[in-house]
Design a protein around this ligand. Structure first.
Ligand code: GLU
Length: 614
């Protein structure tokens, strides 16, 4: 990753992405950056100006968008001191582990998508959790009843814990593209953990929603239920144990967690969950220290589809994010959405999403273990066969059956109903960073449920994931479910960190939490931005709807339904879907960073040097 010349473009006027043109240059800014870091200070002029939750920021010098002001501030400080987008992403993610501990942290996993500003190449890190070697396909079947374990019982257990992928992801990211050591990248987060941050309503409501199960585990209760209750809004929250854990990782490297004392503590916690006196029924897990020692976070090829002249890069299996967003875009590209009225365009969006979900549920799992026809799922031929089913005058009856991605796409596929529906949680966090050298990161990370499995590793300050509940508990597909548990297998994800490129130059990056709704949120933001005349801030703020091959569309208040209902779509109301963040690259070194204005209490967007008046 090389620096390139920053030169602000004239303004943040929303123009069609496909009309943008950028050039890449090179300069020796890295030297200046290193010096600034070496003296340990930050020039006043470069000090990032973000303190509060700001949903939109426009300017230059680099950009960060996260759900949290502390994380955005820490990421911007890294950029201002000369770190690149990868350094900033790791620093911001580590901070989210402190301030958004119920969505992300070193006990979980995620997917890191990065565009190298020098080469224009997009690569990804698969930091997904893995199942223990001892986990077989019936792991979530109760031997006593022969039925699937009740979902909540599986969530709050040792059984649901996969080998955490996040620490290894950070190390791989920094080793491959970063300029900071892990120790330096963790410094800002460690400080926030030690000095504390101001508790907001989202933190309190997430704690309160988990209070009953947190109380079952003394280590969790001690940290998150001081005096037996969630901390007050406005109080200062410190996590000294996590500060010490970050310090340990900084000094010893992430092997401290994969092969050191921490590995043994994680395994002990999973195998014998440390419950409060009198608590019973918390199932133990199968994790061994050998599972942690064997963990890798491999670099994987991204998915890519071409959409209206743009290259849309996403996350390949074990995530279904890239393949499902990609297939839906391919289906949508058969129509000129921009020429359609709102109802017709949204009808296409909902139908494309349902079709892509039918195929995702049938075909996508961990491609290292099962055969995923990824190239066919992302082919224009398959998309044409699926698009052919869409009736402009009426909604198809859901759930739709999957198509046949077999390379033979002569006719119109079958619209038969009866595809499987999948259940998933709704937590996670997404952050986006970009720097003045043209590097861009889209990073989604999670511990699965809000609050993960509810169990803090005693004395270490972080929650464990329940990611293995993303596996199918039983095969509802007659022997063909690609997402059953298996030894060393990675559960299918919906995370969809996405980077959009034009002529080799990044123009947009976006992602969201929200379980399977991640896919529809990312898809809707892209359609809003590319086809529906919105700028990125409007595209993120617009009311959302999610059709995941279910009978009814989940929709937020404000999503326009009348015309769609007349076509046969039915709706269930949900307060909010997702919590997206994104960055649009407006010109060389000039950015619009975007976070949610309202959802989940609002996010935090920032740039290193804001435009005057922005
Ligand atoms: N575990 C989910 C996935 O990987 C993400 C968690 C969520 O956002 O609900 O798709």
């Amino acid at each position: 990753m090389h620096p390139s010349t920053p030169r602000p473009a004239p303004g943040a006027v929303p123009t069609p992405l496909h009309r943008r043109r950028h050039a890449r240059g090179a300069a020796a800014l890295a030297v200046v950056a290193t010096l600034a870091l070496a003296v340990g200070g930050m020039p006043a002029a470069a000090r990032p100006r973000v303190a509060e939750k700001v949903p939109v920021a426009v300017g230059s010098g680099g950009a960060v968008a996260t759900v949290d002001p502390e994380a955005t501030r820490v990421g911007l400080e890294v950029l201002a001191r000369g770190g690149n987008a990868v350094d900033a992403a790791v620093a911001a993610a580590a901070t989210l582990g402190v301030t958004e501990p119920f969505s992300a942290g070193i006990g979980g996993g995620g997917f890191f998508v990065v565009l190298d500003g020098e080469t224009g190449v997009v690569q990804t890190i698969d930091g997904r959790e893995t199942a223990p070697a001892a986990m077989g396909p019936d792991a979530f079947v109760d031997p006593a009843t022969g039925a699937a374990i009740p979902f909540p019982e599986a969530v709050t257990s040792g059984l649901s814990v996969g080998v955490p992928g996040t620490p290894r992801t950070w190390q791989v990211a920094l080793d491959t593209w970063g300029t900071l050591s892990l120790r330096d990248a963790l410094r800002g987060a460690e400080r926030v953990a030690r000095k504390g941050f101001v508790v907001d309503e989202t933190f309190v409501s997430q704690t309160a929603a988990n209070a009953e199960r947190f109380a079952r585990f003394p280590a969790t209760a001690e940290l998150y239920l001081p005096d037996g209750a969630p901390p007050a809004v406005g109080s200062r929250f410190r996590n000294r144990d996590l500060a010490a854990t970050y310090d340990l990782l900084g000094r010893q490297g992430v092997d401290a967690l994969y092969t050191g004392a921490l590995a043994e503590e994680i395994v002990a916690t999973v195998q014998d969950p440390p419950v409060a006196e009198g608590v019973t029924g918390v199932r133990p897990g199968l994790l061994e220290t050998s599972d942690l020692a064997a963990y890798t976070a491999p670099l994987r090829e991204p998915t890519v589809v071409r959409y209206r002249g743009l290259d849309v890069y996403g996350m390949a299996p074990p995530s279904s994010g890239g393949s499902t967003v990609g297939e839906a875009l391919n289906i949508l590209e058969t129509q000129d959405l921009g020429a359609l009225d709102e109802t017709a365009a949204l009808h296409r969006y909902l139908e494309a999403s349902a079709l892509a979900f039918a195929d995702r549920n049938r075909y996508v799992g961990d491609a290292d273990v099962v055969d995923v026809p990824l190239a066919e799922l992302l082919s224009d031929g398959f998309a044409a066969e699926r698009a052919c089913l869409v009736d402009p005058a009426a909604a198809l009856v859901k759930p739709l059956a999957p198509g046949t991605p077999d390379g033979d796409y002569a006719g119109c596929g079958t619209a038969a109903t009866g595809g499987p529906e999948a259940a998933e949680g709704t937590s996670t966090t997404h952050l986006t960073t970009a720097d003045r050298w043209g590097n861009v990161v889209a990073y989604t990370l999670t511990i699965e449920s809000t609050g993960g499995n509810g169990i803090v590793v005693p004395g270490r300050g972080f929650l464990l994931n329940n990611e293995l509940t993303d596996f199918s508990f039983v095969d509802g597909q007659g022997g063909s479910d690609p997402n059953l548990p298996g030894p060393g297998k990675r559960p299918r994800s919906s995370m969809a960190p996405t980077i959009v490129v034009q002529d080799g130059v990044p123009v947009l990056a976006v992602g969201s939490p929200g379980g399977a709704t991640i896919i529809t949120t990312v898809l809707q933001v892209l359609v809003n931005r590319v086809d529906r005349g919105m700028d990125l801030a409007q595209a993120v703020a617009a009311p959302r709807a999610s059709q995941r091959n279910r009978a009814a569309v989940e929709a937020e208040p404000g999503f326009p339904r009348e015309g769609l209902a007349a076509l046969g779509h039915t709706f269930t109301e949900t307060a909010e879907i997702g919590a997206a963040t994104g960055i649009e690259i407006l010109g060389e070194g000039h950015f619009m960073a975007v976070a949610e204005p309202v959802r989940r209490g609002g996010g935090s967007a920032g740039v290193v040097d804001p435009d005057p008046g922005s």
